[in-house]
Design a protein around this ligand. Sequence first.
Ligand SMILES: [Zn+2]
Length: 420
Amino acid sequence: MPQSDFSFTVGSRLRDTGSATTDDGGEFLGRTGTISTPHGEIQTPAFIAVGTKATVKAVLPESMKELGAQALLANAYHLYLQPGPDIVDAAGGLGKFMNWAGPTFTDSGGFQVMSLGSGFKKVIDMVNVDQSGADDRVAPGKERLAHIDDDGVWFKSHLDGSKHRFTPEVSLQIQHQLGADVMFAFDELTTLHNSRGYQQEALERTRLWAERCIAEHRRLTEVREAKPYQALFGVIQGAQYEDQRRKASRDLGGMEIDGMQFDGFGLGGALEKENLGTIVRWCCEELPEAKPKHLLGISEPDDIFVAIENGADTFDCVSPTRVARNSAFYTPFGRKNLSNAQYKRDFGPLMDGCDCYTCTHYSRAYIHHLFKAKEMLSATLISIHNERFVVKLVDDARRSIDDGSFFEFKAETLANYYPA
Ligand SMILES: [Zn+2]
């Protein structure tokens, strides 16, 4: 199938419907749009639910569809190790394998492979900024499990310690076998702990890898021409540095190998929460306006607004199911914890007015009981509610861009969610 089976059209623009400008006088780049894939359309801005190992933890794909999820994102590293991309390919691709008829994304595996190297989780990088420039820092008690060279990365499996190698070509081969509608180029993940010099070196490696990703993608698209077209997004790195982010965006935005370009872009890497919006805007100002942008891995409702207004069209987030397994649920008045004794005899829904399956059928008291009794159903029920909460929040944000009320909607939502 041809590259034209993937497309993006812009709907309304925030600058035409909203009145505010950014703190430094810049222009907001948020917009609505439609991504068309061989497995259906995605109305943007859209929240892409995470199903790392080809399952949204504890939730049936049917439930994800019912709660309004438009697309799911799985991870190439995890599916490469288990069950293996050849099995997913033989099943007819990721969507068929997991019984999800809609659009799917896979990330390149780079983040997982390289975060093995430092032993740091992204959230720790985000809060623990150290400008000392320790490029070889490893978390206490952790062994370095990944080694990067100009050609690729050696790493050890977190499952059995076996040794593996990812290169841009290997990542694309795996992602083509997984068969998702949107794939990401293999990039080098840096952390905020790395020095500016190292960031620059890594960025150049990522640029050269991006060229190899397009070349391999082009080859595989021809070899597998009977399969639905899979779009490839280039990934913009550059940490917190404006010059590096802008350069990476121009380099990848204009990159063309044998007539083929990236279909869209992922905004990746270590991002300090307070600079999230600014960094997204630097990238989106330089990247081609007509192509979709995906912000990789955000965590909280305030991040969603900042991502949207600065030009991210889609973003993924593991939080709804991750916090659900610890009995935390979202409400318009912030995140609450259902394990608290106050919910023992509370026969109301998790959230008044919520239209999700959990809130229309079950009480806080019942789910509190399930969690205390260590019953798996508690994670399922809270996850359904949390996923619906975020999906609806983004749906409402999209409508508010169309009708010109985005900034009022944002102010009201955040004032309730994070009371002063
Ligand atoms: Zn609900």
